[in-house]
Design a protein around this ligand. Structure first.
Ligand code: PLP
Length: 246
């Protein structure tokens, strides 16, 4: 009966407990870790139900695909939630993504992995848009797997400074997807790598990057390790909503 679906509210409470327990164990203030619901494949109704079971503003939502973001944003706009794009952004989808993100209360694009993409966003976000300045994060490929999105760690520091200097964008921090490993040492070393990139950038003395403190890392399988390594946003899907249809 292990696979029997719990209600979303119950599963959400369990995830909150995992974050609470880890913060307690590692001596972190619980208020420094935010929970983002990874909503890919979930209907707007299910997302709404999850958001309703927490205090207003407590949870963020994250969409992977621009198409899903575009489809669900109008149905959730009344909630004025903070919405993050956590999947790849192709240049030809920038305008669609920006229009959909503007329907939400607040927005962030977590997946900046090139100066070219950041420059296009900067150019298109448009003066006078409610999104300006648009919050962005640099996605870093900490595992080195070829198939993974994100900039290489040794390029991430320079890219962060370049992105932070673009008009219309506000660099908030760094995002990664760790290896799908059950080896705690491997996963934690990858999260630690993202933190060291962040610390090099925020510690550089440059005003534009001083506030880029966010570390978006950790998912259903590894959120404890990510929180222990300093995650400020954990992105959780299946632990809240159940297994995704394959
Ligand atoms: C799906 C997804 C998550 C959440 O993954 P789960 O294993 O379902 O918790 C987090 N981050 C990104 C970028 C995702 O695509």
């Amino acid at each position: 009966m292990l696979s029997m679906p719990a209600t979303v509210a119950h599963a959400l409470a369990r995830v909150q407990e995992r974050i609470d327990d880890t913060c307690h164990a590692v001596g972190r203030d619980r208020a420094t870790v935010r929970l983002l619901l990874a909503t890919k494949t979930r209907s707007a109704d299910v997302v709404r139900e999850a958001l309703r079971s927490a205090p207003a503003g407590a949870l963020l939502i994250g969409e992977n695909r621009v198409q899903e973001l575009v489809e669900k944003a109008p149905a959730l706009a009344d909630l004025q939630v903070t919405a993050h794009l956590i999947g790849p952004l192709q240049s030809n989808k920038i305008n669609h993504a920006l229009r959909a993100l503007a329907l939400h209360g607040h927005a962030c694009v977590e997946t900046i992995d090139s100066l070219e993409l950041a420059a296009k966003l900067s150019a298109r976000v448009g003066a006078g848009s409610p999104l300006v300045p648009l919050d962005v994060m640099i996605q870093v490929n900490v595992s080195g797997e070829e198939s993974k999105a994100g900039v290489a760690p040794d390029r991430a520091v320079d890219l962060a400074h370049e992105v932070a200097d673009l008009p219309g964008l506000a660099l908030q921090g760094f995002m990664t997807i760790a290896s799908p490993t059950l080896d705690e040492r491997v996963a934690r070393a990858e999260f630690e790598l993202l933190r060291s990139v962040r610390d090099r950038v925020t510690g550089s003395g440059a005003a534009a990057t001083a506030l880029a403190q966010e570390l978006s890392m950790g998912m259903s399988r590894d959120l404890e390790w990510a929180v222990a390594e300093g995650a400020t946003i954990v992105r959780v899907g299946s632990a809240v909503f159940g297994a995704r249809p394959s």
